[in-house]
Write a new protein. Structure first.
Length: 111
């Protein structure tokens, strides 16, 4: 009887664990493995939960949506700064783009 309960518990646990796991859907974004460094001017700001999103326009007229997060900067040893529209900044981090061609960067270093 004890073995039956033990086996039932193991099987139930396995199915419970397997049913909770999810597979990632393709969201239309393409993550690049390389870290990029860009410099430009802040043209838009959007407040977030633990930071903000800044639109950075480079000298080459490229626009990047930069995620500037307190947590991401602390993890990489960089200092969080509050920016204003018109500030010139340099950022580094992994980049990706979506199906519409928008470019994104997760800021890990902010200068």
């Amino acid at each position: 009887m004890k073995k039956t309960i033990l086996y039932s518990t193991i099987i139930f646990g396995f199915f419970a664990f397997a049913s909770c796991s999810t597979s990632k859907q393709n969201t239309g974004t393409k993550l690049q493995e390389k870290i990029i460094h860009i410099s430009g001017t802040v043209s838009e700001l959007e407040s977030g939960k633990d930071g903000y999103m800044a639109m950075i326009k480079t000298d080459n007229n490229e626009n990047y949506k930069a995620t500037i997060s307190i947590i991401n900067l602390q993890k990489s040893g960089s200092t969080y700064k509050t920016l204003k529209i018109g500030d010139n900044i340099s950022v580094s981090g992994p980049t990706w783009h979506d199906a519409d061609g928008n470019k994104y960067i997760k800021v890990e270093k902010l200068d």
